[in-house]
Design a protein around this ligand. Sequence first.
Ligand SMILES: NC(=O)c1ccc[n+]([C@@H]2O[C@H](COP(=O)([O-])OP(=O)(O)OC[C@H]3O[C@@H](n4cnc5c(N)ncnc54)[C@H](OP(=O)(O)O)[C@@H]3O)[C@@H](O)[C@H]2O)c1
Length: 325
Amino acid sequence: MTVSLRWGVLGTGHIANRFSGQVAALGGRARLQSVGARDPARAREFAVLHGFARAGSYEDVLADPQVDAVYVSLLNRDHARWCIAAARAGKHILCEKPAALHAGELDAMLAAARGSGVRFVEAFAYRFHPRWRALLRLLPEIGGPTVAHGAFCFHAGSPPKGRLLDAVGGGALMDVGCYPLSWLIGLLGAPTRLACTARLAGTGVDLAAAVGLEFAGGSVAQALCACDTATPQRAWIAGPQGVIEVDEPFRNRPGAGMRLLRGDEVREITWNDDGLELYAREALAMAGCDADGSHPAMSWADSRALAGAIDACRSQAGVRWPGES
Ligand SMILES: NC(=O)c1ccc[n+]([C@@H]2O[C@H](COP(=O)([O-])OP(=O)(O)OC[C@H]3O[C@@H](n4cnc5c(N)ncnc54)[C@H](OP(=O)(O)O)[C@@H]3O)[C@@H](O)[C@H]2O)c1
């Protein structure tokens, strides 16, 4: 029998609220044990809202012996510090995307997880959706992939507000570009070469970016992202025998489809939907990690390839965190 994990949540923001609501709805399949916030009063309110047994500071969550796994939903610039602290406290880690500010930081996080023998998963929820597995199964039908495209562009205000334009950890590449880049990496592997161009905000981070990529075997792809302009969220991958088109590939809204186009054939693809909500699935997926702590659906190798790709994009686009040369 699978033993349900007891969760600690660091942060009480937008996505922590959605994650906690969905985990609470799982009933006995996962438990909300402890929530931490900068302001303990805010943590207590959040605990009452979602049914956590305890509330306090981030440190209190990590010190709670009843917590098996923590969900790190803090700002990007704070992920590494708290993931490393969580690993040292012996907690499994589900860390919001993008896990790290740069590849070096990610390596330190993974080393801490490995050193403590805990699981670590970067929270790309679409990877745990049954549609992702259906897409992987469908790939042979297009022949070896030769070209692919992914876009995640949304309008968060002109200019975007809140954390999006933070000089450390902000920008469209970090917020949404990581989705199409991770999608392409999941299908084609780590890119062997890329070229990135971007439109920057006054804070030095990108408002929009376009990335061209090459992969081993010769396939090429493009990834597009923006946080000040909305476009349809769409991705496709093609080979000599056909194309797979995916609607809403990253949000997986109910009703978002996927189809295979081959010559005159248009085949709508279906998959077994377990009816679970997107973030609830991530919480349950932690049980499916391999013995080395990495999950096959979003492996440490994928996280490393993604962090390296974002570093290369930022370097070419001129987006530098303070202290980077
Ligand atoms: N998976 C998804 O679909 C998805 C969607 C949106 C965002 N995300 C990711 O989730 C993470 C959090 O995003 P969010 O939209 O939830 O962010 P958010 O609500 O703006 O903030 C998250 C938490 O960060 C802390 N925080 C906020 N401002 C701070 C400041 N100025 N200094 C120090 N800490 C501060 C707060 O913690 P306290 O509660 O302790 O005060 C806040 O609750 C990011 O990594 C983002 O990329 C994922």
